[in-house]
Design a protein around this ligand. Structure first.
Ligand code: NIG
Ligand code: FE
Length: 403
């Protein structure tokens, strides 16, 4: 029994990104049926539909997923960039009240609408590189109202562009100045006031913590994870970015969706993540921009079969890059990923890092019709050539977006 489709994409060469070798192999030209925003079938035979779109032999991939961004913020940190080029380290700038706290000051002064509007050019950069889903974190408000303002501004992006936005509460990003010297009190405020309210209002699906010497310690991170769990929110971590505190293993112990950055992750942490099927999200833009030298343990992640995602970490301090394919290139050149691993990193594995592993990130019957259509012949092209637009069009929930 097959009802008539809303759309059929004809003459599509598909890279499905399903598990296994075939998922990275370019198919013969075929047809993709779409009904009510979902892929119904992929077939060499004709599919009956109300509307037909001829892909003219172009490559069709799952829409790309940027599973870690700080897209919503106000102000600029160009001055800080200049300081860092003169040799002042990121941690030192943070200790002097700059860094994240400088963006917090600017973000608190901005309205929800200003935050949404100023994020649009950055979102457009991501969209040009094939993104159909983006995760956006709060974390530059650090008060109940300012965190909520950021999350609402992020969600409002969906009214301006064809995009799916997933929001994450990162109230435990930095210690706000009004809690100076009282980190435990701030964590209590996050757990007892901010998390319950955000859960109640359905403003985020996950909670994240910056578990680091310049962020929050392991014990404080666990208190936040516990509160998130009690309020039915999923867990993610900024862990092992600048040192090894054990935050990734803790994230895994709480069945976290992903542990992100992970340059300083050790084998015990890798094993913990493998047991919990927690995704390792690699952020090569931040590694590059901070001129880090400690690489994430890619070989161990492979050995233990930990899925690897790649994201921009788009933010004003450590990764000012609105370009996901550039991150694929960096993942290959800086971290040694293969182009196949890097493509999985922005499709099926990125979907898993957001809890959508069964509905997004693959071209497969039953999955969301979030697709990108490209003027590209080989799937390694995404990791290879940068800067020349190659996206023909995208579909989000089965709806076209002519770029
Ligand atoms: O993912 N590591 C912490 N947070 C961001 C940096 C944010 C900033 O510097 O504004 C990151 O790198
Ligand atoms: Fe980040």
């Amino acid at each position: 029994m097959s009802a008539i489709c809303d759309h059929v994409l004809t003459n599509a060469k598909v890279v499905t990104m399903q598990p296994g070798e075939a998922g990275y192999t370019v198919s013969q030209p075929c047809n993709i049926g779409i009904r009510e925003g979902v892929i119904t079938e992929i077939s060499a035979k004709a599919i009956e539909a109300h509307q037909q779109f001829d892909c003219q032999g172009k490559l069709v991939t799952p829409g790309f997923i940027d599973c870690h961004t700080h897209l919503i913020f106000a102000g600029s940190r160009a001055d800080e960039f200049e300081k860092r080029l003169q040799g002042v380290p990121y941690q030192e700038i943070a200790k002097q009240g700059g860094g994240i706290l400088s963006t917090v000051r600017a973000t608190r002064l901005a309205s929800e609408q200003q935050l949404t509007e100023s994020a649009l050019p950055r979102l457009d950069g991501l969209i040009r590189t094939g993104v159909t889903s983006v995760e956006v974190k709060s974390g530059y408000g650090l008060t109940l109202n300012d965190e909520i303002k950021m999350l609402r501004a992020a969600k409002a992006l969906e009214a301006h562009r064809k995009i799916r936005v997933t929001t994450t509460l990162l109230a435990a990003h930095a210690l706000p100045p009004e809690f100076a010297g009282r980190a435990d009190d701030y964590i209590a405020h996050v757990c007892e006031t901010i998390i319950p309210m955000v859960a109640e209002e359905n403003l985020a699906t996950s909670v994240d913590v910056f578990c680091e010497s310049i962020g929050f310690n392991l014990e404080q991170t666990e208190r936040v994870f516990e509160a998130a769990k009690q309020h039915g929110l999923q867990i993610k971590g900024h862990t092992e970015q600048l040192s090894n505190l054990g935050g990734s293993a803790l994230t895994a112990r709480y069945a976290g969706l992903s542990a992100d950055h992970i340059e300083y992750l050790d084998e015990a942490g890798v094993k913990a993540m493998a047991r919990a099927n927690t995704v390792a999200t690699l952020l090569p833009g931040a590694f590059y921009f901070l001129k880090e030298t400690q690489r994430p343990p890619i070989e161990l992640l492979r050995q233990h079969k930990v899925p690897m995602a790649i994201a921009t970490d788009l933010n004003p301090g450590t990764s000012p890059f609105a370009d996901l394919t550039m991150m694929m290139n960096m993942a290959c050149t800086l971290f040694g990923l293969t182009p196949e691993e890097s493509l999985r990193g922005v499709t099926c594995h990125a979907a898993q890092a957001l809890g959508y592993g069964n509905t997004r990130g693959q071209v497969q019957a039953g999955f969301d019709a979030d697709l990108a259509i490209w003027d590209v012949t080989h799937p390694a092209e995404f990791s290879y050539f940068q800067g020349a637009p190659r996206l023909a069009t995208r579909l989000v929930a089965g709806e076209f977006d002519h770029v």
